[in-house]
Unconditional design. Structure first.
Length: 612
């Protein structure tokens, strides 16, 4: 296939607008898969089969299609968005874009995309965000209205919404479900999206945009070949790490791995190349032949964690097992950053960095469900910036690293927190309530306007820390589920940040300190002492729980002492119950941690983190 017979494209859409269904139709239409009566989605099935493919994995397929007597190679590049179907997450998480960097690298492997919009639901927050991502990269965008078979489809209204985003082209109108007008899609792709540029005779250069771990073959990379040719046996090198690899197998996804002799400039395919760990396959990296000097492709960023949390075993005996489980999970997800952490309160554990809270929740859930891990996850922290008086910048990912009062007055010039630009789309009756919400979360309105007569598109600049907590849930509940939401990073901003500590009988509990904006200290401080009082057992002496900032006490609660006999509160003579309780107490003792003179079982932390 010469380059003018190749098209690389993707489908971008809001969640549930029909991306997988349309992809399946295109695979059927090109004979890549057999037509199926049961409507089951092939792409998702592949994802599940792929060694329990993790959330951020995309599925990419090559298809052959004849148009005016010419054969074309069409590569459909999936954008890794919310492929979390094998992890049973509620729909409340759907539509979060933790993976916008991964999406942008997938888009960088294409020259254009289909922007798919549900003709009944209309343009949603994710549609807007995806549209901007694609536009920023100069891609050709073909708007497509899907689900026009539905009674509720409002083709005219939604077409004008699409136009108001700034898309000149009239949208195609299809039903992926009934196959209506499906045959219009691929000709539009061929005619409207340009073929890849790049030259077969230039030195080899490729973009890595996805990877996964295969039990038998090891790390499998998906690459977009930008220049030159790649063959089996070639020696290639990562431009960013300098690591060298031997290409042992390569080919196209048709729809599964199909080996070929070579991959030419313009093609997209899989490459197996003696990589030992998924962490070596950095999304956005450029590969070149060993010894050849090429310019790295633009846009590379090291996986950037947005949310950090400490993870500790509830039972310290589980440390080894948990260590292995975390290693196994990260084998398939190089975007999780891992370092060891030791806490006086919780013992040995890890500090993990995630792309966002969805990513964190998926990881946690997999640890608990697939590896039956019993873990304590500390309050998540975003990466804050400390700017020293000399201009030196340090990122803090753990409240323990927060500068002390002394240090602050002596040498800290400024504290900064990460910001996001949030896009929300919702019916106008929720405007007041959602503006209140954004205001309460320290947001600043950037833009607001009507998408059509009744729906509002609103943009706010918000601190990331405010978004990673329960913002999404709150947004959904205030809008009866109608508001959609998406965000992108938006730099750092000076902020009045403090570290709040928790003290038990005057001794700080390191694992419970947290970085907050000064305006929240009062509320959180009071809430925490109350909740801690509920999870800490009475002991033989009085326990004073305090939250403090610097030397100032924010809130305080007292747990009065108790008598030693734990069975005293059981009336009557149920002996087995008494025995059980005593045994439980004994087991609990083993895992007790001492904070000063206060004994605290690990499970109290678990209960605290899970309480609201
Ligand atoms: P995620 O992968 O979860 O983001 O969803 P998606 O965008 O891939 O959507 P998917 O293809 O899973 O479709 C979502 C739902 O819409 C499914 O129940 C489909 O059967 C349905 N659907 C897709 N296309 C059409 C259509 O043209 N008409 C109707 N009536 N339903 C459709």
């Amino acid at each position: 296939f010469t380059q003018d017979r190749i098209r690389n494209f993707s489908i971008i859409a809001h969640i549930d607008h029909g991306k997988s269904t349309l992809a399946d139709r295109l695979l059927e239409l090109t004979g890549t898969i057999k037509e199926r009566a049961d409507n089951k989605q092939v792409l998702d099935k592949l994802v599940v089969e792929r060694e329990r493919g993790i959330t951020v994995k995309a599925q990419t397929v090559s298809m052959f299609f004849e148009h005016y007597g010419q054969r074309y190679l069409l590569n459909l590049i999936d954008t890794p968005m919310h492929k979390d179907r094998n992890v049973k997450l509620g729909t409340r998480f759907k539509g979060h874009v933790d993976f916008s960097y991964e999406v942008s690298r997938s888009l960088a492997a294409t020259q254009g995309c289909l922007l798919l919009v549900d003709a009944a639901q209309g343009v949603q927050a994710q549609t807007v965000a995806n549209f901007h991502l694609a536009k920023k990269q100069g891609l050709k965008i073909i708007p497509v209205l899907n689900k026009i078979d539905l009674h509720g489809a409002e083709i005219h209204r939604v077409a004008s919404e699409v136009k108001s985003l700034g898309m000149a082209r009239e949208p195609l109108q299809i039903s992926a479900k009934t196959r209506l007008n499906i045959e219009q899609i691929l000709p539009a792709v061929i005619e409207y999206i340009p073929p890849p540029t790049g030259s077969r005779t230039s030195p080899f250069r490729s973009l890595l945009f996805d990877s996964w771990y295969d039990k038998y073959k090891g790390v499998i990379c998906l690459m977009s070949i930008k220049d030159g040719v790649l063959r089996q046996g070639d020696k290639i090198q990562s431009v960013h790490s300098g690591q060298k690899y031997d290409v042992t197998e390569l080919g196209i996804m048709h729809p599964e791995q199909t080996p070929t002799k070579q991959l030419y400039a313009g093609q997209v395919g899989y490459v197996v190349c003696s990589m030992r760990s998924a962490s070596e396959a950095k999304v956005g990296d450029t590969f070149a032949r060993v010894g050849s000097r090429v310019e790295p492709l633009p846009g590379f960023e090291a996986a950037k964690a947005m949310v950090y949390a400490g993870i500790f075993p509830v039972d310290t005996n589980d440390f080894q097992k948990l260590d292995e489980s975390i290693k196994k999970l990260t084998l398939n997800d190089s975007s999780v950053s891992v370092s060891k952490e030791t806490s006086t309160a919780l013992g040995q554990g890890w500090r993990l960095g995630f792309l966002g809270t969805l990513h964190m929740d998926v990881f946690r859930q997999r640890l608990e469900q697939e590896y039956e891990a019993n873990i304590i996850v500390t309050q998540p922290t975003v990466p804050y910036k400390v700017i020293r008086k000399g201009g030196n910048v340090k990122y803090i990912r753990n409240p323990i690293e927060f500068p002390s009062l002394d240090d602050t007055s002596r040498s800290v010039a400024e504290l900064q927190e990460p910001m996001v630009l949030a896009t929300m789309v919702f019916p106008e009756e929720y405007l007041g309530s959602l503006m209140d919400l954004c205001g309460a979360r320290r947001g600043e309105q950037v833009d607001y306007g009507y998408l059509d007569e009744t729906r509002v598109l609103m943009k706010y600049r918000l601190p990331l820390a405010e978004v990673v907590t329960d913002f999404f849930d709150e947004l959904k509940s205030r809008s009866s589920g109608y508001a959609t939401f998406d965000y992108e990073e938006d730099g750092y901003q000076k902020s009045d940040l403090v570290k709040m500590s928790v003290l038990l009988n005057s001794k700080p509990v390191d694992a419970l300190s947290v970085i907050l904006h000064r305006s929240q200290v009062e509320f959180v401080g009071r809430d925490w002492v109350k909740r801690l009082k509920n999870v800490i057992q009475r002991q033989l002496f009085e326990i004073i729980i305090q939250t403090t900032v610097g030397n100032k006490v924010i809130a305080r609660e007292t747990i009065p002492p108790m008598r030693k006999d734990v069975t005293a509160k059981l009336y009557g003579g149920d002996v087995t119950r008494k025995m059980k309780l005593l045994e439980k107490q004994k087991a609990g003792k083993k895992r007790m941690k001492k904070i000063g003179n206060v004994e605290l079982p690990q499970s109290a932390f678990y209960d605290f983190m899970g309480s609201k």
